[in-house]
Design a protein. Structure first.
Length: 177
């Protein structure tokens, strides 16, 4: 289909694409502790990633963000899920959640913050961004070959976050054997 056939109507809901990457190594996950000067999630832990730039595909953007924020190159990333965030009446965010496994290696801080290899068992002790306590278990339980999940983040008028997962999760997939 030619570009002229793509219907762009400014009155429609628009999604801003982003990536969110979780690398694991054994019993550790790589998270980014937000830099103290950040206006959002300062000193709180989040996954790695950011905006998908014009001309980038999801995997290229995820690899670029990973390299920029940690100095790590992990070519074997897989899609775990897609999160739609209702940020306003007209605009939302579409987050492509990816995971990769690699050998634990030294990481480099960036203006975004300090990456740290965290023991998964310690995650409950850390100041995580508000969605990670629900999102991260879904991502960490996924195995290669699992179908991606879908999730929707909705904010109440009071600003509280509600998360709805749909699609396959480890809890509702058929057991093998």
């Amino acid at each position: 289909m030619p570009a002229s056939d793509q219907v762009i109507d400014e009155r429609r809901y628009v999604l801003i694409p982003r990536t969110l990457v979780f690398l694991t190594s054994g019993d550790r996950v790589l998270l980014l502790r937000g830099a103290p000067h950040k206006t959002r999630w300062a000193n709180r832990y989040n996954g790695l990633g950011g905006h998908i730039e014009r001309g980038e595909d999801v995997l290229s953007a995820a690899r670029r963000e990973l390299q920029e924020e940690t100095g790590i190159d992990c070519p074997a990333l897989r899609l775990c899920g897609v999160v739609t965030i209702d940020a306003s009446e007209q605009t939302g965010v579409c987050v492509f959640v990816l995971r990769g496994e690699c050998e634990m290696q030294a990481v480099e801080p960036s203006p975004e913050g300090a990456p740290e290899w965290i023991e998964i068992a310690r995650l409950g002790e850390l100041p995580l961004v508000e969605d990670l306590p629900q999102l991260l278990p879904h991502v960490l339980s996924m195995q290669p070959g699992d179908a991606p999940f879908a999730a929707q983040y909705i904010y109440t008028p009071g600003g509280d976050l509600t998360i709805r997962f749909t699609g396959p999760t480890r809890a509702n997939q058929p057991k093998e054997g």
